[in-house]
Design a protein around this ligand. Structure first.
Ligand code: PCP
Length: 415
C-alpha cells in the first residue's frame, strides 16, 4: 500500500493513518465538522466567540449575475446544505431544490449566532455554486433537446470523488440518464452507455464489436453501435445495420473534429442511406464536444445526445453569502440590499416580486401569490421532505415547459 504523504504539522493525525486510503478529497466528517472552511472564518470565530459582538444574524445567498448571461438558473445542492447544517443551532429558509431562480433573488437564508455558522459558509457556497451551474447547463440542453434522450457523459472531466455529485445535478437539471455506474445506483436509475472506441479497435471492426455486444451484453441493454472509429460513418452505418438488423437500436456518431465538417449533413446522409435500405428503426445518437449551439443545429436529424464537458464542467453560479440582518436590524454591506426578504411568484402570470419579509406585493392579475422562500430548517431540524432526485428533476422539467423560464424573466423589485 503506497504510503500517504505525511500531513502538515498539527493535523489530527489519528484520523489519517497509512491504512486509511483516501484521495486528496475531504471526508464527510471533514465537511460536517467545518474543516473545509476558509481560514479567515476561523479567525473571525476566534475573535468574536464569547464577546457581545457574536450576535444572531440572518445571512442570505444570492447570485448577482449568472454565468454566460443566463436569464435564469436551476437551484441544486440544497439537500446537502441541509445535511451539513442538521443538528446545528441554525435555522434556514430557502427555495426548494430544483426551483428556477433569477439573479438577485435570495435562494437560501441561514439564521443563527454568527460563530455557529461562519465556518460553514465555504462548504455551503461550494455545494450550491457547482451543482446549480451543472443543473442549469443540463436544463439549457434539455430545453434545446426537447424530449430526446440527453445523457450526461462528463464524469471523466471531474475528480471521481465528486462525480456522483455532478451527475446528480446533471440529472436534476434534465438529463435523461448518466453514464457512471455509481451515480446511477445512487439515483436509482439504470446507467446509460454504448461502447468505447477501444472495444472496436480491439475487436478489429465495428461490425465485430456490434455482433459481440449483441451476443454478450444483457439483452435488455439497447444495442447502440459507435460508428466513427475506422471508416466513413455512412458505410459503417450500412454494414452494422445489415449485420444486426432489427436488434440494432441506434448508432452513435462521435465523429472527431478533424473529420466532422458539416456534422448535420453527415447525419442526414447516414439517415438517407439507412432509410433507403429499410432501417428506419435505427436511431442516430451524437456525442463529442457537443455545445448548446451544436445541439440546436442537429435537432431534426439527431435522435439523442451524449454531452460531457459542457455540462459536467459547467460554469459555477457565483453565489455569495452575506449578512443582511443583525439581531433583527437590517444591515448589509455596500452592494447588498439589507433585511430579510420574500420572493413572491404569481402562479397566474408568473411575475415575481422581491419584497421585504412580511410584505406582499400589490398585484392584480388574479393569480395566487406564493412566497418561494419556505422554512427549511428550525434550530438544526429539517422541516421539509427531501425528495429523491427523480422528483426534483420532474419539478425542473415542469418549470422548463412553463412560463417560468421565458427569456423576459418576469422579475420585479419592490417599489
Ligand atoms: C468520449 C465520448 C465523448 C466524449 C469523450 C465526452 O470520447 O465518446 O465523445 O463528451 P464531451 O466531448 O462532450 O466531453 P472519446 O474519449 O474519444 O471516446 P471513447 O472513450 O469512447 O474512446
Amino acid at each position: 500500500m503506497p504510503r500517504i504523504p505525511p500531513l502538515p504539522a498539527g493535523t489530527d493525525s489519528e484520523k489519517y493513518t497509512s491504512d486509511t486510503p483516501m484521495w486528496h478529497a475531504a471526508s464527510y466528517d471533514d465537511v460536517k465538522q467545518g474543516r473545509v472552511t476558509d481560514l479567515y472564518f476561523t479567525r473571525a470565530v476566534e475573535i468574536l466567540r464569547g464577546t457581545d459582538q457574536d450576535r444572531e444574524v440572518r445571512a442570505e445567498f444570492i447570485a448577482k449575475v449568472l454565468p454566460e448571461s443566463w436569464p435564469w438558473a436551476v437551484l441544486a445542492g440544497v439537500e446537502e446544505c441541509l445535511r451539513l447544517l442538521e443538528d446545528r443551532p441554525i435555522s434556514a429558509r430557502g427555495l426548494v431544490e430544483g426551483t428556477v431562480f433569477r439573479p438577485l433573488q435570495p435562494v437560501l437564508e441561514v439564521q443563527g449566532r454568527y460563530t455557529d455558522l461562519a465556518v460553514y459558509e465555504t462548504a455551503l457556497l461550494g455545494m450550491l455554486c457547482q451543482a446549480s451551474g451543472v443543473a442549469t447547463k443540463a436544463a439549457r440542453f434539455r430545453k434545446l433537446a426537447g424530449d430526446l434522450p440527453l445523457i450526461s457523459f462528463g464524469a471523466r472531466r471531474v475528480h471521481p470523488a465528486i462525480a456522483p455529485v455532478v451527475e446528480r445535478a446533471a440529472y436534476i437539471g434534465g438529463c435523461s440518464g448518466v453514464a457512471t455506474v455509481l451515480a446511477a445506483q445512487q439515483l436509482g436509475i439504470e446507467a446509460s452507455g454504448t461502447m468505447p472506441h477501444a472495444l472496436i479497435l480491439l475487436m478489429g471492426s465495428t461490425e465485430a464489436a456490434a455482433r459481440a455486444f449483441n451476443a454478450k451484453i444483457d439483452p435488455n441493454a439497447p444495442r447502440i453501435a459507435l460508428i466513427d472509429t475506422f471508416n466513413d460513418e455512412k458505410f459503417e452505418a450500412i454494414r452494422v445495420a445489415e449485420a444486426l438488423g432489427r436488434d440494432l437500436y441506434a448508432l452513435r456518431l462521435d465523429t472527431p473534429a478533424s473529420r466532422r465538417g458539416n456534422f448535420r449533413q453527415i447525419l442526414e446522409e447516414v439517415r438517407w442511406e439507412l432509410d433507403l435500405r429499410g432501417h428506419e428503426h435505427v436511431r442516430l445518437f451524437v456525442s463529442g464536444g457537443l455545445s448548446e449551439e451544436a445541439v440546436e443545429v442537429l435537432m431534426g436529424v439527431a435522435d439523442g445526445f451524449g454531452v460531457g464537458t459542457e455540462i459536467s464542467a459547467a460554469p459555477v453560479v457565483d453565489f455569495s453569502m452575506d449578512i443582511v440582518e443583525i439581531e433583527g436590524e437590517p444591515l448589509a454591506k455596500r452592494g447588498k440590499m439589507s433585511g430579510a426578504k420574500s420572493v413572491w411568484r404569481c402562479d397566474g402570470c408568473g411575475d415575481e416580486f422581491l419584497m421585504p419579509l412580511g410584505q406582499r406585493p400589490s398585484h392584480s392579475c388574479g393569480g395566487a401569490l406564493t412566497d418561494l422562500l419556505v422554512p427549511l430548517m428550525e434550530q438544526g431540524r429539517v422541516l421539509v421532505e427531501l425528495p429523491p432526485a427523480r422528483l426534483i428533476r420532474e419539478r425542473v422539467l415542469g418549470a422548463l415547459t412553463a412560463e417560468e423560464v421565458d427569456p423576459s424573466g418576469h422579475r420585479h423589485f419592490a417599489p
